[in-house]
Ligand binder design. Structure first.
Ligand code: 5RP
Length: 212
């Protein structure tokens, strides 16, 4: 059921793709459906900017041109999944450890279309552990700061991000103020990216083929 909704969401996101666009592409199993659908209209777009090595590999298999964000300038559209979404369209992302490049491409894009299945919808963010990408030498420091803020940090041992960094997953937070927590965590040295997408949240959320 949930994989059917992921497929529907991935295909529905094609509605937002216009001729000649350069499309920002996220990461994950829902985005994989979007990439497969995008392949059918690849001759109508200029290309894409990818948020991960995983997505880049799939895009390359389809022969979709992957462009450098430094060369493209601002993008009109970004399509990506999420691990949780609240009613204000604030997100937890980073379950696939691609949060940093995802946040960069989201920031560069005028419209962020988030594609999810209904299991990702929550009233308050935080049941899904919040991923934080850290510079490796700061892992313990960041962990201690997170504990002071009431979270329980767990190192995602063995995972190295595309940027050569590590990921901490924070359990036990009920995130009633996503914008405030994102701002607070961004002050801690050693944190590269917080998987809260609240300041730059989704503009449109597709739950399956239905707009939230
Ligand atoms: C990767 C992400 C993904 O968007 C998130 O984990 C959702 O993945 P999926 O579509 O496989 O459920 O943030 O870093």
């Amino acid at each position: 059921m949930s994989s059917n909704e992921k497929r529907l969401a991935g295909e529905a996101a094609l509605r937002y793709v216009e001729d000649g666009m350069i499309v920002g592409v996220g990461t994950g199993s829902t985005v994989a459906y979007f990439i497969d659908a995008l392949a059918d209209i690849k001759d109508r777009i200029q290309g894409v900017v990818s948020s991960s090595e995983q997505s880049t590999a799939q895009l390359a298999r389809h022969g979709i041109p992957v462009l450098d964000l430094n060369a493209t300038g601002p993008l009109a559209l970004y399509v990506d999944g999420a691990d949780e979404c609240d009613p204000q369209r604030c997100l937890i992302k980073g379950g696939g450890a691609a949060l940093t490049r995802e946040k960069i491409v989201a920031e560069a894009s005028a419209k962020f279309v988030c594609i999810i299945d209904s299991g990702k919808c929550v009233d308050v963010l935080g049941k899904f552990p919040l991923p934080i990408e850290v510079i490796p030498m700061a892992r313990s420091l960041v962990g201690r700061e997170v504990v002071k803020l009431g979270g329980q940090p767990v190192w995602r041992d063995g995972v190295v991000t595309d940027n050569g960094n590590w990921v901490i997953d924070v359990h036990g937070w009920r995130i009633a103020d996503p914008v405030g927590l994102e701002r607070q965590l961004n002050q801690i040295p050693g944190i590269v990216t917080v998987g809260l997408f609240a300041r730059r949240r989704a503009d449109v959320v597709l739950v399956g083929d239905r707009v939230l």
